[in-house]
Every structure is written in structure tokens, then in C-alpha cells.
Design a binder for this molecule. Sequence first.
Ligand SMILES: Cc1cc2nc3c(=O)[nH]c(=O)nc-3n(C[C@H](O)[C@H](O)[C@H](O)COP(=O)(O)O)c2cc1C
Length: 170
Amino acid sequence: MDKFEHINVKRIDKNIFKLIDDRWMLITAGTKEKFNMMTASWGAFGILWNKPVAIIFIRHNRYTFEFVEKNEIFTLSFFPKRYKEVLKFCGTKSGKNYNKVEETGLNPLFYDSDGIYFKEANLVFVCKKLFSSDIKDNLPPEIINKHYTDKIFHRMFIGEIKNCYKKNED
Ligand SMILES: Cc1cc2nc3c(=O)[nH]c(=O)nc-3n(C[C@H](O)[C@H](O)[C@H](O)COP(=O)(O)O)c2cc1C
């Protein structure tokens, strides 16, 4: 397994739309003692307040929600294709009922200022929370009818990308 290389986000040469929508990512937050991760395929990357940012959308009923709420740092980990089943697991089972690290065999790496991400990842974003807000008001009726008949809304978390690491394997 390659070592992570620290890169400037402007040097990412992958199509970020494909990565998010097709490959998915793990959102991870917490402390060495207690953390959780979940799969996400909704997200956005861009520039805001002159900073590189990542925006994630987490429903209130996810266990991961409380970890992202409570901690300053969250990470986004993308993986080589062969980890699809791991991502499916982390996207269908809750950390409330499963120890996802034990179940998936992923190896978490713990850093004081970089949060928690995974040895098996091939692209990682370390994000520091800047802002969060529920996406609830002024939603078009067709979006409410399609996604929120249960009234469990998403909270948007905007994080400044503090560090980005990549490996060459695909
Ligand atoms: C492909 C895929 C993408 C997902 N994307 C999101 C997302 O962007 N936001 C979200 O709140 N849940 C998303 N989920 C659902 C959570 O990953 C799922 O509910 C997970 O079990 C939550 O785990 P937790 O309770 O341990 O946090 C997605 C699930 C899958 C399979």
C-alpha cells in the first residue's frame, strides 16, 4: 500500500463528480476513543470565503451526525474500487448497532489535528467545520415530497479543507 502524499487541492486530477456519485466516500468524525463513519454520495467541493471547502449533507438520524456536530474536524475518505462492499456496509448499517471498524477491517489512522481517516483510502480531505445549517426552509415541494416525507432533514456542514492526501492506486 502506497504512502499518502500531501497535495494541494488544485492538483487533484480526478473528476470529483464521478468520485462522489459513483465511488462514494466515508465521512468520519470523533476521537480515538469514540468515532464513527458513514458512507455519503452527496457532497460538494469548491471555494467559499476564498477558502477551499467541502460541503456534506447528513440526516439528523445518522449516528455520525452527533460526531460531526461535536467535533471540529471531519474527514472525507475515498477508496479504491475494491472497497465498494465496505462502503455499502457503512452506508446501510449504523454505528449504533455495529462496530464498523471491526466489521469492515478498515484501519483507522488517528491524528491530533488531522482527525481520523483510513489507511486503505486513496484520497482524503481533512476538513475543519466553518458553518452548519439545516436544509429545511424554502425547499421546493417536489424535493420535500421526494426526500422528506418523514421530516428528517439534512444538515449541511461546510468545512474548510485544511489538508488533502492522495495515493496513486485507483
Ligand atoms: C451510497 C450511499 C450514499 C449515502 N449518502 C448519504 C448522505 O450523503 N447523507 C446521509 O445522511 N446519508 C447517506 N447515506 C446513508 C448513510 O450512510 C446510512 O444511513 C448509514 O447507515 C449511517 O450510518 P451511521 O448511523 O453509523 O451514521 C448513504 C448511503 C449509501 C449506501
